[in-house]
Design a protein around this ligand. Structure first.
Ligand code: AMP
Length: 285
């Protein structure tokens, strides 16, 4: 496995891969890698001749007062995991390498960025889109692997690639969970043992809603009300619970047929997000 810290180095390494006609898969991350990241990497390694993983804690996507300064880092463990999974190139740029001067450019997917997480994290998705557009220009992969865990991010980046004609296939990968259902996240490390015990309430409420929609006709507003009530029992603050169209992210009204149930809530100062598909089509067919 090669490790590159500069844009020039990773470009040289990948030019060689491309000259051999080897399709390149790319998994962008912010480090502190866990089994959720590993699933993306494994898929890329299985499907592409060469896999690139980037580890870059992108300051552009953190707002004032968010957890940029305390975000977990584990560079040695990240490197070992990538090597063990068969990653060919690890790209670990510094902030100065990525942003040598103040940016005059931002990439925004305006129609999708101001709802759900974007409503409370102003500028977050512009930061995500700008860094991923830059990374895609650096790596020029054939395939991009993203997690459904960050569902809005997946929808936004898929739309960005389409709107800007970026020649990359965007693959969404299922959320990897702890045995009790909690979605794996680098931020789970912030939870105290008591908070960790309560955290399961979020995924449990979402799964119950998905079961209910599969079993019976459910009104979207009722789903939101029920999930909000369940999550409020254990969480300290709810940012949002929403039933949205899977592509436009606009709220669904009336009976739920196919939608995405998304939620964000706080345990202490830790903000957790999760989402599940709602699908009644098997019952209706
Ligand atoms: P991050 O390091 O949090 O920026 O995440 C990097 C990539 O891993 C993103 O595409 C995430 O959606 C994905 N990811 C994070 N957690 C999970 C998970 N539990 N299951 C699947 N993918 C995940």
């Amino acid at each position: 496995m090669h490790t590159a810290t500069t844009i020039a180095d990773i470009r040289t390494l990948l030019a060689t891969e491309r000259s051999h006609g080897r399709p390149i898969g790319f998994v962008p991350t912010m480090g502190a890698l866990h089994a959720g990241h590993a699933a993306l990497i494994e898929r890329s390694v299985a499907e592409c001749a060469a896999t690139v993983v980037s580890v870059f804690l992108n300051p552009l996507q953190f707002g004032a007062g968010e957890d940029l300064e305390r975000y977990p880092a584990a560079p040695e463990a990240d490197r070992a995991l990538c090597r063990d999974l068969g990653v060919n190139h690890l790209f670990v740029p510094t902030t100065a390498e990525m942003y040598p001067r103040p940016l005059a450019t931002a990439v925004r997917v305006e129609a999708l960025e101001s709802v759900l997480c974007g409503a409370s994290r102003r500028g977050h998705f512009a930061g995500v889109c700008t860094v991923v557009a830059k990374l895609l220009n650096i790596v020029q992969p054939d395939a991009l692997y993203l997690g459904e865990k960050d569902y809005q991010q997946l929808v936004i980046l898929r739309r960005m690639a389409r709107d800007l004609s970026i020649p990359v296939a965007v693959h969404g990968c299922p959320t990897v969970r702890e045995p009790d259902g909690l979605a794996l996240s680098s931020r789970n490390a912030y939870l105290s043992p008591e908070e960790r015990a309560k955290a399961v309430t979020l995924s449990r409420a979402l799964f119950e809603a998905a079961d209910a929609v599969r079993a019976d006709a459910c009104d979207a507003d009722d789903v939101v009300r029920r999930v909000t009530g369940q999550v409020a029992v254990d969480f300290d603050r709810i940012d949002y619970v929403a039933v949205v169209d899977p592509d436009t992210l606009q709220p669904v009204r009336g009976e739920v047929i196919q939608a995405r149930l998304c939620a964000a809530a706080y345990l202490g100062s830790t903000r957790l997000i999760d989402n599940v598909a709602l699908d009644a089509t098997a019952r209706l067919s």
